[in-house]
Design a protein around this ligand. Structure first.
Ligand SMILES: *Cc1c(COP(=O)(O)O)cnc(C)c1O
Length: 467
């Protein structure tokens, strides 16, 4: 069974460059191919592998395709495809050291490597989560219990006696608002700060909002800085946000879910200079470390703050007869109990490829985005809508003598491009304008792919009757 499956895996990777990124289909069409009542009898494995090829792989949007630029999607790697198989065979449950002695040590080790990549303090704690949303939730949970004037974990947020307010730029990820809702802080108490022409947080507006909340008797407790926004890749000035956080005694959480691993790329390394001052950081190895979906990470500068938010005792988890290191439990640092062996893929990839090679791949991704920016700026029929900061690019089709509505035109061009199958972009709104948005997050992507992308967009525009 393993050999048969591996042949399909290899064939899949080999077929990638010649596959369309996506085959347009419908929900009903796929259901027609797979729906059946609960199967009572088993079938042979080869039949199932055929269904994988003919239905599941066929109707998958291929994030490993060199011209899939949508959202922020990791391509995955062949070595971690094998890793997932090995980890599933061991079926390690990384709740605590007792349940996973080697798994816990591998998680500690890889978390240390991530700290080293960022230049984050060695004493910091951290753990893998399901993704960046959960890492933001965990960071905000630690912030909430650290800054509330009462034990809100025990008594509930009402015990704080005041509205607790969190600040993030209006380009921040929606998981911040969701986390505030889940934590009882309230989505209405997330203050969205204005951004400047580079989509970075406006520090004067941030300070004004904090002052106003103080004057109104509220409790400002946390500010979130973006280390690469989802829309345009904007990078807030972490050091200046840290200075303001210190002045007002706010917890500083850095959402580096997208941009965090750009710290490995020499050309943008300086942006991370003062990240060590963050109280917590959210990272997503399943974005720019090319890991398969399911790997986020939260780092806490002060491990005690994480324990105050999450530590719990129950008779069925009580550690009996174990010493300090061996009594360690991940459930004291995050919301989950049972946890898959997320560290394994990361360990495997870093050991196999080496951090230098990963850094070079990230640098090449950034170079591809810059190449596209240059091509757009030199063209007669495209324009950039935001500067390229990392590997995200926002532009639009804007032929010289087009007198119609560019937003509507570009929406049509995007749909046409996505149906074409050669290149895939998603969309964003930049300063009220509809943008064709892409993110280079694949080590297979080359500068030539960026040129093909622009040809594909021109062709899509032609089909829309705009050329
Ligand atoms: C993707 C992203 C998130 C959410 O991460 P998930 O892993 O999808 O939950 C949060 N913040 C930023 C900036 C992101 O780009």
């Amino acid at each position: 069974m393993g050999r048969a499956a591996l042949e399909r895996v290899a064939a899949y990777y080999e077929s990638l460059p010649t596959r369309p990124v996506l085959i347009p289909t419908t929900s009903a069409a796929i259901r027609e191919l797979i729906d059946e009542p609960l199967p009572q009898a088993g079938v042979d494995f080869d039949t199932l592998l055929d269904t994988v090829d003919d239905v599941i792989a066929r109707f998958t949007r291929h994030s490993a395709h060199p011209r899939f630029f949508g959202y922020i999607s990791s391509p995955g790697t062949p070595v971690t495809s094998l890793g997932s198989m090995l980890a599933a065979a061991l079926n390690v449950n990384v709740t605590c050291w007792r349940s996973a002695p080697a798994g816990t040590e591998i998680e500690r080790l890889t978390i240390n490597w991530l700290k080293e990549m960022l230049g984050y303090p060695a004493e910091a704690a951290g753990l893998f989560t399901s993704g960046g949303s959960m890492a933001n939730f965990a960071g905000l949970a630690a912030a909430r219990s650290a800054k509330a004037p009462a034990n809100v974990v025990r008594e509930g947020v009402a015990a704080a006696g005041k509205r607790m307010c969190v600040y993030v730029s209006d380009e921040g990820h929606f998981s911040i608002g969701k986390a505030a809702g889940m934590l009882g802080i309230g989505e209405a108490n997330v203050r969205y700060v204005k951004t400047n022409g580079r989509q970075q947080i406006d520090l004067a507006d941030l300070e004004r909002m904090v002052e106003r909340d103080l004057a109104d008797g509220h409790l400002p407790f946390c500010v979130v800085a973006n280390a690469g926004t989802t829309g345009t890749g904007a990078f807030d000035p972490i050091g200046e946000v840290a200075d303001l956080a210190r002045r007002y005694s706010l917890w500083l959480h850095v959402d580096a879910s997208y941009g965090g691993f750009a710290a490995l790329a020499r050309s943008v390394r300086h942006l991370f200079e003062r990240i060590a001052e963050a109280d917590s950081v959210a990272l997503d190895p399943h974005k720019w470390l090319y890991l398969p979906v399911g790997s986020g990470c939260v780092l806490y500068r002060d491990p005690a703050a994480a324990r105050a938010a999450f530590s719990h005792d129950a008779e069925y988890t009580r550690m009996i007869g174990l010493e300090h290191d061996e009594a360690f439990a991940f459930w004291d640092y995050g919301p989950e109990l049972s946890r898959p062996f997320r560290a394994f893929d990361l360990w495997l990839l870093i050991k196999w490829a080496g951090a230098a090679r990963l850094g070079e791949a990230i640098e090449r991704n950034i170079a591809c985005a810059r190449h596209l920016e240059r091509l757009v700026q030199a063209s007669e029929d495209f324009e950039m809508l935001a500067p390229v900061e990392l590997s995200i690019f926002c532009f639009r089709y804007a032929p010289r003598n087009f007198a119609g509505d560019l937003n509507a035109l570009n929406e049509r061009v995007l749909v046409e491009l996505q149906h074409g199958g050669s290149s895939y972009l998603s969309n964003a709104r930049v300063g009220g304008q509809f943008a064709l948005r892409g993110c280079v997050l694949n080590y297979r992507t080359t500068e030539r792919d960026m040129e093909i992308l622009l040809e594909d967009v021109r062709r899509a525009a032609g089909t829309c009757g705009a050329r």
